[in-house]
Design a protein around this ligand. Structure first.
Ligand code: 5CA
Ligand code: ZN
Length: 409
């Protein structure tokens, strides 16, 4: 699949700092040591509806990771998937009487447009579940041949007991896992499973649903977790730096993915850090396609909202907190954008050398974007109150905000 076009990232003077980031598995902040090529996998959309502010907030967090790494003069190897075949997509297509492939293509195209407008840097590899199927089948066969997977009426399940590290990503107890498994696509009540938590690796062909030739697995389609594992192992390999997504993916998705990969390779860990963004809500509930309480990026754009203001609104909240989208969050961002644009439009201003370092430090410190915005606010206030004589300053502020925050002033 093709991704979307990259916006240019200006180079800043000096060098950025190494990222310290909260890791769900250890429950603490760790300093990553990625080497010259940093490797990140971020779970992509299930394309049955348009990009809402929750998706945008999560992708914004991982875009910041990419920008912090680029500023340390590393290359970034970023991989993202598109879950272009799965239960919710097929159900929506049936509900609306449309072809599931057309639905997926249309919503993926809209997502690309939204990401481009928000100046999110594209992944190097953007891979759909359907195109990953030829790589998924042999992985499931290998797991089954190694005794880590079993057949239940044609469906193939992963045995969570095959991975001694199972449970280490989310750190949840069995009861909590069982509850979340039922809520998030699992089937803990199905009779005949070895462990109620075991997730499906391969779904046997069902009447009226698409299916593919699974060689010795029989016709069917891939389970959700193995999709991301196959794509990550193919393009990044074991031990990559960050596995990312919203906090609703910590269990079961990232837990199961790590276990699939660890059982397959005998190596540990799948990723050095599991990084999760908080949930964005609307009117007291998590914004979600299934609930339908959504604010879409594309709808705001259609209403004439500047994408740079949407981006500033996302940046105004720390990526790990759960927060509510309100009109006021956007209004504040519109006002801030105007203030910043006025401040950088003058021919000179107060020195911005310290500002560059403040923004760098804020983002390297677990992506503290509110602190980064506060630093720019302070420079803009000084510019408004006293001005300054540094002719390079407004340009340097623009480039800093562009390179590190993805906002074009
Ligand atoms: N295709 C799978 C991942 S492989 C999936 O979860 N797709 S999704 O479309 O449901 O979500 C895409 C990304 O947005 C995920 O990282 C998810 O955790 C995140 N996300 C979904 N809803 C919200 C929300 N309300 N707030 C923040 N992030 C969200
Ligand atoms: Zn995923």
């Amino acid at each position: 699949m093709h991704a979307w076009p990259a916006s240019e990232v200006p180079a800043l003077p000096g060098k950025g700092r190494d990222l310290r980031i909260h890791d769900t598995a250890t429950g603490g902040r760790i300093t990553l040591d990625p080497g010259p090529v940093a490797r990140i996998y971020v779970c992509g959309i299930t394309p049955y509806d348009a990009t809402h502010m929750g998706h945008a907030a999560t992708y914004n967090a991982f875009d910041l990771v990419q920008r912090v790494w680029l500023d340390t003069k590393r290359q970034v190897h970023y991989v993202q998937n598109v879950t272009d075949v799965d239960d919710p997509l097929l159900e929506r297509a049936v509900r609306d009487g449309q072809d599931w492939t057309e639905l997926a293509e249309r919503e993926t195209a809209l997502f690309r447009e939204d990401m481009t407008a928000l100046r999110m840097l594209p992944p190097r590899h953007y891979i759909g579940a359907v195109e990953a199927i030829p790589g998924i089948v042999p992985l499931v066969e290998r797991l089954r041949d190694a005794g880590a997977a079993y057949d239940l009426d044609g469906d193939i399940y992963f045995s969570v007991d095959a991975d001694p590290h199972f449970g280490e990503v989310s750190g949840l107890d069995a009861d909590a896992m069982r509850l979340l498994s039922a809520e998030r696509g699992g089937d803990p009540e199905r009779p005949g499973k070895k462990n109620p938590l075991d997730p499906m690796l391969w779904v046997a062909a069902r009447p009226g649903e698409p299916s593919w030739d699974g060689a010795s697995l029989g016709d069917g389609r891939p389970g959700w977790h193995i999709e991301c594992v196959a794509i990550a192992l193919d393009h990044l390999g074991m031990g990559f730096d960050i596995q990312g997504g919203g906090s609703d993916l910590a269990f079961p998705h990232h837990e199961m993915g790590a276990s699939h990969a660890q059982a397959l390779t005998g190596e540990h860990p799948f990723a050095q850090a599991y990084v999760h963004a908080g949930m964005v809500g609307l009117d007291g509930e998590k914004m979600s396609k299934s609930r339908g309480n959504l604010v879409f990026v594309s709808a705001l754009r259609r209403d004439g909202v500047d994408p740079a203001a949407i981006r500033l609104a996302l940046l105004s909240r720390h990526y790990r907190s759960d927060w509510e989208w309100t009109d006021q969050v956007l209004a504040d961002a519109v006002e801030r954008l105007a203030r910043w644009r006025a401040a950088v439009s003058r021919p000179d201003g107060p020195s911005a050398d310290a500002l560059v370092e403040e923004v760098r430090e804020a983002l390297a410190d677990d992506l503290d974007s509110p602190a980064a915005l506060a630093a720019v606010d302070r420079w803009a206030a000084l510019q408004g109150a006293e001005g300054g004589t540094d002719e390079g300053a407004p340009g340097l502020v623009s480039r800093t905000v562009d390179a590190l925050l993805g906002v074009a002033l």
